[in-house]
Design a protein around this ligand. Sequence first.
Ligand code: GLC
Length: 573
Amino acid sequence: MESNRKRTSDWWRTSTVYQVYPKSFKDTTGRGTGDIRGLIEKLDYIKNLGIDIVWLQPVYVSPQNDNGYDVADYYNIDPAFGTMEDFDELVHQLKKRDMYLMIDIVVNHSSTEHRWFKEARSSRDNPYRDYYIWRDPAEDGGPPNNWQSKFGGSAWQYDEGTGQYFLTLFDKTQADLNWENEKVREEVVKLLTFWAEKGVDGFRLDVINLISKDQDFPDDDGTVPPGDGRRFYTDGPRVHEYVKELNEKVFTPFNLVTVGEMSSTTLEHCIRYSNPQEKEFSMTFNFHHLKVDYLNGQKWELKPYDFEELKSVLSEWQTGMQKGGGWNALFWNNHDQPHALTRFTDDGEYREESAKMLATTLHGLQGTPYVYQGEEIGMPDPKWNDISEYRDIETLNMYKILIENGKTPEEAAHIVSVRSRDNSRLPMLWDDSDQAGFTTGEPWIKIDERYLVINAKAQTEDPDSIYHHYRKLIELRKKLPILIHGQYIRLDDKHPHVYAYARVTSEEMLIVVSNFSREEALFNFPQEISARLHHARSTELLISNMEDNLVLSPSVRIQPFGSYMWLIQDDKE
Ligand code: GLC
């Protein structure tokens, strides 16, 4: 039965989502990898944080070359994660707690181990041939065009048996599905319906803005960076049409919450994807704010992060989505990103302050916040000692490619230590027992040695912890409509250390001020705001990570990594 809340059309706007990377969450069998039963065991932990939606990453049958993003069977659970009974039990246990389940849908591509692909590659006239994207070799026998895979190398794989190439934008075992084929779209509707009927409440759609390719498959002449072909398939010609079809056939009939993962997208497209009038998705993820430490936009080239760019990207998306009626998925972290705590702040001496500061900064924005497992206890990136410690396919490919392109092994090792997706894939640190309480066996990837200090048990027991800070923020979102509706205004004028913004309505104003540096910072509010402060009926400090109870005044002094959220009620005349 649907809860009362879910009957409203945009029930998810006051929600906070918790992202679970099941392989690293909790192992109940001792095999060293997490499983669905492990997630069930920890539901109360998630519920206590105030979470109402859990996003579970792929648990379908898969060879696991890309940790489940290579699906070989969309209708069954991989034995590594458990059984369909376990999944049904998860749905049941979530409903019992008045929580919702969002599952991950990976339909830009399937695994080459999928039955469809095996059929497709068996001969050129097999009925499944057209489920995938096949092209003849170029005149010299090489790939049909110069598009590059996101994991390095050509995006095309040659199939000896049938003498053609097939497209793989990610790993060579992730074959892109041909959405031009109506049968493929029918298959997707069918599998989405299957899971919706099982009782899931929503979907996160993996790289969904890549499903419509320019059918001319032109070479990329490199004039628009990064020049790897992405401009011919990103937010492609028919993508909105395809998404609308999914919405009409599945999302709306089942009243689902949906988030599209949008790779290298634009604001204009995200407004279309997420404005309710367009009937596409509930909200979108974009990654522009997490590219501010890419040198020349290249992921595998490092530079110190650009604080001003971070603030202006966040502000542009806040203002733009607000104006266009779109809705942002707000996040600092996920399973593909090194931790923001390590990238943008101080994960050593100021770890606690930094983690809380980042949380307050993000949770004051407009959108639906996502908390990635471990973020709520301040897990930083690990220290990497050797290349043999990594598991991620992208990392291992890129390490080789960096060396082929002239980096020394030391340089390549340094770059991957900063960029590897494995930075966020280490097991959840539950307590200070062996293997951090994650497994009784040998973990599939190393455990961060700091688990004696950084763990969920210690965090839940300490009322001043990062965990409890998140709990308060999540509660505030449920209580304060201004967090949902307030208009976003950036307040700092390129301050070198402070990010400050307001959310305003005609009666109230919410202010967030955060110091992103190790130095004490002085911040002066713009004049209009100071004037409004002057006439305020009341000012309440809603949350802070400092003990100084700083009084809001036109000029404030903020301690290193300090962060404050105030609510100001105007005086009604
Ligand atoms: C998304 C996923 C990532 C995966 C890729 C290919 O970006 O988040 O983990 O490797 O898509 O499916």
